[in-house]
Design a protein around this ligand. Structure first.
Ligand SMILES: O=C1O[C@H](COP(=O)(O)O)[C@@H](O)[C@H](O)[C@H]1O
Length: 229
């Protein structure tokens, strides 16, 4: 059984609800702190939710978007998560929202991760939208990767680390938030679609055989899982 599991009849309905959940968390943070920050995943799944969110009348200059993970590529590369977020949330940035890149100008992924760690460490992440790949990875926590232990170490002092995606066809070098960083987030939502991903998540939660199961831990906010067929 998947805890906090919300089912939607269609993907458009899921995306609308996902955008509404993000918006509510951002508005609540602005009320309480005067500013708000959401960490967003890349991938194809959440794109429509980001487009919906961008049409909402939020106090955009008070909102910062950060990345959950990133490929070590130029921000103009089609594989860049930053590029996806800039494109889909374009109207929000035009209206004053801020985007914190995870990839900077460093020559190596390790040096870039050091820069991102310094930038991301002071952030208060009010909500993080997590995705999941068919292989059960979330963020850039990949099954079998050599950085997985460090990514999942709840006592890791790092907010961002370099990571490697063994199975990825391209852009194997990655940067990712650590699980320790997500343990300090205000809320987590996990947005997935399709029967295969639902079955993968169910099996991960019983077998503990995929990194996504690491999100379900008492030291993290309980993820709300939003799913549509
Ligand atoms: O590589 C990545 O994939 C996952 C899932 O992507 P999807 O296309 O299956 O939705 C995503 O959550 C992560 O941010 C991204 O870097």
């Amino acid at each position: 059984m998947i805890p906090n599991f919300e089912t939607f009849a269609s993907r458009p309905a899921l995306m609308k609800a996902g955008a509404a959940r993000l918006a509510a968390a951002l508005e609540d943070a602005i009320r309480r702190h005067g500013s708000a920050c959401a960490a967003l995943s890349g991938g194809s799944t959440p794109e429509p939710a980001y487009r919906d969110l961008a049409t909402m009348p939020l106090d955009w200059p008070k909102i910062t978007f950060a990345l959950v993970d990133e490929r070590f590529v130029s921000p103009t590369d089609t594989a860049s998560n930053q590029a996806l977020i800039q494109r889909t949330l374009g109207p929000a940035f035009d209206a004053g929202a801020r985007l914190l890149p995870m990839v900077f100008t460093a020559a190596t992924v390790a040096a870039s991760a050091d820069q991102a760690d310094a930038t991301y460490a002071p952030l208060r992440i009010d909500i993080a939208l997590m995705g999941m790949g068919e292989d059960g990875h979330t963020a850039s926590w990949f099954p079998g990767s050599r950085e997985l232990g460090s990514a999942l170490d709840l006592d890791n002092s790092r907010t961002v680390i370099a990571a490697h995606a063994p199975q990825a066809a391209g852009a194997a070098d990655r940067l990712t938030l650590t699980r320790a960083a997500l343990s300090r987030a205000g809320a987590l939502m996990l947005v997935i679609t399709g029967d295969d991903k639902r079955a993968k998540l169910e099996s991960a939660l019983t077998q503990h055989d995929a990194p996504v199961s690491a999100l379900f831990n008492d030291r993290l906010p309980a993820p709300v899982v939003m799913w549509a067929p």
